[in-house]
Design a protein around this ligand. Structure first.
Ligand code: IPE
Ligand code: IPE
Ligand code: MG
Length: 256
């Protein structure tokens, strides 16, 4: 325990922390297969990692954590796996809500949860209502989320605004589009973590990740610990974020 707290302080002292961390929690199936277990056991084990990471982000005073829990493409999986994942989500919210609320965490869902079963929707609404005034970590759960679907919805809303006269065509800018996404008003992720080694975005936050620092590990999600999170943050702290510009040192270089 003492070692862990020291680690946290060490990270805070090393440099600026990401304000917003996004995670593609991948590799649950492979974790289970390695153990000759059904995939569902991998998903259950992954919940332990999620709890640990939320707690660590809270302790680090990270402003926003966004996790990819279920994509619009994950409906292509067998119905039994989809049902299990939904059940697991209900269970997670049910079991963790009190502790999250006590820690001042605000839960938000990004994605269309109106198509989920009634039990799921009820549990989500309860979690949202309970934590809506909390001021600590914003915990975004991407559920039935797809970045392309998100952008289509944003375009429809903007078109509606133009038709009704609330938005003028010429005033539409990048901020307008950003404000109509699920993440409207929230800073873009500074750091994206993907577990299980895949080098792709899988339709996650395509707009918001434009200038995010990427960090991929081969560690499977159920094996991911707070120490892995710290390793990602330490790596992030050494990155040179340019946003298309030059660093101060390069600007001073008169040889160009
Ligand atoms: C991530 O693990 C969880 C979800 C996508 C819901 P996977 O289930 O994709 O695990 P792998 O990629 O098959 O190992
Ligand atoms: C991305 O993982 C979605 C989530 C983690 C919820 P996938 O396992 O669905 O991604 P692909 O299919 O490997 O691209
Ligand atoms: Mg996967």
């Amino acid at each position: 325990m003492l070692n862990r707290i020291t680690n946290i302080n060490e990270i805070i002292e090393r440099g600026s922390l990401p304000r917003h961390i996004a995670i593609i929690m991948d590799g649950n199936g492979r974790w289970a297969r390695k153990r000759l277990m059904p995939r569902t056991m991998g998903h259950r084990a992954g919940m332990g990692s999620l709890k640990e990471v939320v707690k660590a982000c809270d302790e680090l005073k990270i402003s926003v954590l966004t996790v990819y829990a279920f994509s619009t493409e994950n409906w292509k999986r067998p119905d039994s796996e989809v049902q299990f994942l939904m059940k697991l989500l209900v269970e997670f919210l049910h079991k963790e809500l009190n502790e999250l609320h006590e820690n001042d965490v605000r839960i938000k869902i990004i994605g269309d949860y109106s198509v989920l079963n009634q039990e799921c929707q009820d549990e989500i609404r309860r979690a949202l209502a309970t934590t809506c005034n909390n001021q600590g970590l914003l915990f975004n759960i991407a559920l039935n989320y797809g970045a392309r679907a998100e952008m289509v919805e944003a375009i429809k809303k903007i078109v509606d605004g133009v038709i009704s006269g609330e938005i003028s065509r010429d005033s539409i800018c990048e901020n307008t589009v950003a404000s109509f996404l699920y993440t409207g008003g929230v800073p873009d992720p500074d750091l994206l973590i993907r577990t299980a080694g895949e080098l792709r975005l899988s339709n996650f936050l395509l707009w918001q990740l434009a200038y995010t620092e990427l960090w991929v590990t081969t560690r499977l999600w159920p094996d991911f610990t707070r120490e892995d999170l710290f390793a990602a943050i330490r790596d992030y702290q050494q990155r040179d974020r340019r946003f298309g510009a030059l660093t101060d040192l390069e600007k001073d270089d008169k040889s160009v």
